[in-house]
Design a protein around this ligand. Structure first.
Ligand code: URA
Length: 211
C-alpha cells in the first residue's frame, strides 16, 4: 500500500475507482467505496456490494439497505449522519462470499477509511466485517456486546440480509441496534459506560457473559 497515500476520503474514493488489486475489478460495473458523513462518530461496515450497489455505486442500496435504514430509524439515526462502507469495494460475482485474498486486497482501503474518519463506534454487520476485528469468536456469541479495537468501540450485529432470509432474527437486530444509543449521542459529546466495554482480547475469556 506504499504507493497508495490518499490524504482525504475523496482521494481514497478516487483511488478505489481505479483499483485493480484483485480480479473483482474485471467483473464490476461500479466500485462502491462507501458514503456518508466524513466526520461520522459511527461507521457501519457490511460485507460486499450486491447487484444494486454494483449498479449505483452506493452501499446498502437494495433490500438489505432498506432494512438497515429501518433499523437505523428505530434508534433515531439517519444515514447522512454516519459513514457506511463494506469489507469489499467491488461486487463478488453472483453475490458469493468474499474470498480471503479479496478481503486482504481491500483491507488497506478500509484501514485508511477508519484512520481518516476516526469513528468512535464501528458497527459490524455480518460475520466478515466482524472477523476483521474479533477473529476466532462466533458472531452468535459476540453479537450485541461492545468491545474495543484500537480505542474504537466495536458493536457486532447480524447482517440485515440474514433477517430477510430468517425473519426470526429481526428482533435480535432491533435489540442490538438499541445498544448504539448508549454508545453515542448524535448531538452531544460521546459518553461511554465503561462497564459495557470489554477489551477485544478478553472476549473469548468471557463466555458466560454472552449466554
Ligand atoms: N449491500 C451492501 O452494500 N453490503 C452488504 O453487505 C449487503 C448489501
Amino acid at each position: 500500500m506504499s504507493n497508495l497515500e490518499p490524504i482525504t476520503i475523496t482521494d481514497l474514493e478516487h483511488t478505489v475507482s481505479q483499483c485493480n488489486r484483485c480480479s473483482l475489478s474485471k467483473s464490476r460495473n461500479c466500485t462502491v467505496p462507501g458514503e456518508g458523513n466524513y466526520d461520522a462518530q459511527v461507521m457501519v461496515i457490511g460485507e460486499a456490494p450486491g447487484s444494486n450497489e454494483d449498479k449505483t455505486g452506493r452501499p446498502f442500496a437494495g433490500r438489505a439497505g432498506n432494512l438497515l435504514n429501518e433499523l437505523l430509524d428505530s434508534v433515531g439515526i439517519k444515514r447522512p449522519q454516519i459513514y457506511i462502507t463494506n469489507m469489499l469495494k467491488c461486487r463478488p460475482p453472483s453475490n458469493r462470499d468474499p474470498q480471503q485474498s479479496e478481503i486482504d486486497s481491500c483491507n488497506p482501503y478500509l484501514d485508511l477509511q477508519i484512520s481518516l474518519i476516526k469513528p468512535s463506534v464501528i458497527i459490524t454487520l455480518g460475520r466478515f466485517s466482524f472477523s476483521k476485528f474479533l477473529p476466532n469468536i462466533p458472531l452468535s456469541k459476540a453479537r450485541g456486546v461492545v468491545s474495543e479495537w484500537n480505542g474504537i468501540k466495536i458493536l457486532p450485529i447480524y447482517h440485515p440480509a440474514a433477517a430477510l432470509y430468517n425473519p426470526s432474527l429481526k428482533p435480535k437486530l432491533l435489540q442490538d441496534f438499541q445498544k448504539i444509543t448508549s454508545l453515542i449521542s448524535m448531538d452531544e459529546p460521546v459518553v461511554f459506560e465503561q462497564s459495557q466495554i470489554i477489551p477485544a482480547t478478553q472476549l473469548s475469556l468471557f463466555d458466560d457473559h454472552f449466554e
